[in-house]
Design a protein around this ligand. Structure first.
Ligand SMILES: Nc1ncnc2c1ncn2[C@@H]1O[C@H](COP(=O)(O)OP(=O)(O)O)[C@@H](O)[C@H]1O
Ligand SMILES: [Mg+2]
Length: 335
């Protein structure tokens, strides 16, 4: 006879249509019965009728390869995307200021965790200035049905949802007022099938605006990584952002200083372009753990611009990777 475990193992080898992840990882298998007959209940969320049919055929064919498999029945049920999503940690990158590298740090964090073997998604909550897809070279349009939408996958298998993927042209402008922006962010959370993720990284909109507030109020954010630069203005605005996060009772996981210095390619000497590093002092002052420095790196800028962020490696990036595993909550320690 066939065991339930055998059936689950078969299901783990079947990709969800339109994605590189299997239907178990995406949480589409809602129930498995083996007695008296084999019955598998699948979510229909985000799948068009012909995709459901193809999936059904695949599942039946796969289970029927098991020795002694009784007739196999497939059931589809409508489930809200939110019910399919099970995400261990939601980590937001934030700063009081734009252009300091929030998106870059979000992308590097996602890549870093993915390289470590975690399942990772990025929710680009910067509706007006979405910059995640470009860094990953992601250009596909998300697919779905009236019941849910599936994220786009990067080369390394990072799930991405961003306003830019929904626009017909990358340089199309999104000129929306607050409530619409908030609604878009909520939809990226409620209507997107993320499935099971170890980490969802949220690239926050700049500053301490309504949109930032929406993310922190509507999503169960586990913690925030604050991004600063050596400039005075940034430090001031980071302090505002820190106090906002504190008011929301969200843990501040770390403060990272981006564009901290530039390494002279000739001499190897660090040059302080934006003034002396103040990251560590700011971390002490705000009582946020210091999470290290990233230099202003032309190669990083190039890769971020060309969709090659997943190929980027550097000494600073390695140090960030190491630090990240220390400051992030939970499952990191289990590896
Ligand atoms: N450490 C760095 N080295 C080189 N370029 C960087 C670095 N950090 C950010 N950049 C570049 O600076 C620009 C702004 O960064 P971005 O992450 O988009 O900022 P934010 O999301 O805070 O607005 C981008 O073009 C990015 O590639
Ligand atoms: Mg950004």
């Amino acid at each position: 006879v066939v065991t339930e475990k055998q059936v689950w193992e078969k299901l783990q080898s079947i990709p969800l249509p339109g994605t590189p992840r299997d239907i178990v990882a995406m949480n589409y298998v809602r129930q498995v019965n083996i007695d008296p007959e084999i019955m598998v209940t699948l979510a229909a969320t985000g799948l068009l009728a012909d995709e459901q049919k193809r999936l059904q055929q695949k599942v039946v064919a796969s289970i029927e390869t098991l020795n002694g498999a009784a007739p196999v029945h497939i059931n589809f049920v409508e489930v809200k995307p939110l019910e399919l999503n099970s995400i261990d940690s939601i980590v937001a990158t934030m700063s009081g200021k734009g252009g300091v590298g929030k998106s870059l740090v979000a992308a590097l964090a996602a890549v870093s965790l993915r390289r470590e073997g975690f399942s990772v998604g990025i929710l680009d909550a910067d509706i007006a200035g979405p910059s995640i897809p470009r860094m990953f070279g992601a250009t596909a349009h998300p697919v779905g049905s009236g019941t849910g939408i599936l994220p786009v996958f990067s080369r390394l298998g990072i799930e991405i949802m961003s306003m830019n993927l929904l626009l017909s042209q990358e340089n199309e402008a999104v000129i929306w007022r607050g409530p619409l922006v908030s609604r878009a962010i909520n939809q990226f959370w409620e209507d997107v099938v993320w499935g099971r993720l170890d980490y969802l990284i949220i690239d926050m909109p700049p500053g301490t605006t309504d949109a930032a507030l929406t993310v922190m109020q509507s999503l169960p954010v586990s913690g925030v990584i604050m991004v600063t630069t050596p400039q005075n203005l940034t430090a001031m605005m980071v302090k505002k952002a820190v106090s906002m996060v504190r008011k929301m009772n969200i843990p501040l996981l770390g403060l990272i200083e981006n564009m901290s210095y530039y390494r002279d390619p000739e001499t190897g000497q660090p040059i302080s372009i934006f003034g002396p590093s103040r990251g560590e002092a700011l971390a002490r002052e705000t009582e946020v753990p210091f999470a290290g420095r990233l230099s202003l790196d032309p190669e990083l800028a190039r890769q971020a611009d060309n969709g090659g962020i997943e190929d980027f490696k550097s000494e600073d990036e390695a140090a960030f990777h190491h630090k990240l595993l220390q400051i992030l909550p939970e499952q990191t320690s289990q590896i």
